[in-house]
Ligand binder design. Structure first.
Ligand SMILES: *Cc1c(COP(=O)(O)O)cnc(C)c1O
Length: 271
């Protein structure tokens, strides 16, 4: 996976960095202890990802781990950054706009939430180092992103097309039957967007089933056929804290891991 080599090289120095950290800077001593927990949890996730990649017969550096930092303080993100990790995800525009400027510019931010039309410009101008929007689920939002990028003059934005693989109305994402058309639109009709693959959340309670993962893999087959691109050019973003190893074994190249790295969030999960 990305960063693993740096990660291993850094292993000896990281505990020093952590213990040398001034507790006053990150608030109380208790939060400093929490930060240590996140660093340890990241290492554990990265090694589980590596093992899952081996079982899947792919290289670990082909799997991207998006550390999902929503609701978590900047100090905690910083600790995970200091371990060598560079890819982070947020699902609320406002929260991302507030946090990103307080953190290093070489972070690759992934937006993984529902993107409303009126938030497209604030997101793009507020987060210059936005690397990817994983949740493009209709032509309208694709067109708005495409236009806004042109007017801001930033480099093309990587996107995933979000697919609703559970058939539940409450989940955003395009129906599997519409994914080819939308992927085509992004690939051919949006010069400022770079179509990079497909993303799914799974069930409305944020769990996924093997059927959801299979459905997304089937969508990839169709999309690659229609666009005439090899499967390696169409990533799959699937798998979260509870199921990222299974997702990798089923072909995921981008796992979005929040609570297993940062600890449980302090609001109830959507049901
Ligand atoms: C919050 C979130 C995640 C991470 O969930 P965890 O179960 O905490 O790992 C992944 N994907 C999306 C879209 C999310 O909103």
């Amino acid at each position: 996976m990305k960063n693993l080599e740096a990660q291993e090289r850094d292993d000896d120095t990281v505990p020093e960095k952590l213990s040398a950290e001034d507790p006053a800077k990150s608030g109380m001593a208790a939060s400093s202890a929490m930060d240590g927990v996140a660093a340890t949890a990241l290492r554990s996730v990265l090694s589980r990802v590596q093992q899952a990649a081996e079982r899947a017969g792919c290289r670990a550096d082909q799997i991207r781990v998006v550390a999902v930092s929503k609701t978590k303080p900047v100090s905690l993100v910083r600790q995970v950054y200091d371990c060598g990790h560079r890819c982070f995800g947020e699902n609320y525009v406002q929260e991302m706009i507030e946090k990103a400027p307080q953190l290093p510019e070489d972070i690759e931010w992934h937006f993984i939430g529902n993107l409303q039309s009126n938030k497209v410009k604030p997101l793009l101008s507020g987060v210059p180092n936005l690397a990817m929007v994983e949740t493009v689920d209709d032509e309208k939002i694709a067109n708005l992103l495409n236009k806004a990028i042109e007017s801001i003059g930033r480099k093309p934005l990587k996107v995933f097309v979000q697919v609703n693989t559970s058939g539940e109305e409450s989940k955003s994402g395009i129906e599997p039957s519409g994914c080819v058309e939308l992927a085509k639109h992004v690939h051919l009709g949006c010069p400022n967007l770079e179509f990079c693959g497909l993303m799914t959340i799974g069930m409305p309670d944020y769990t996924s089933t093997p059927e959801n993962f299979k459905a997304l893999a089937n969508c990839r087959t169709e999309v690659c056929k229609a666009l005439g691109i090899p499967e390696e050019q169409c990533e799959l973003s699937m798998g979260m804290s509870g199921d990222f190893e299974l997702a990798i074994e089923m072909g995921s190249t981008n796992v979005r891991v929040g609570s297993t790295i940062f600890g449980p969030r302090e609001y109830p999960k959507k049901k």
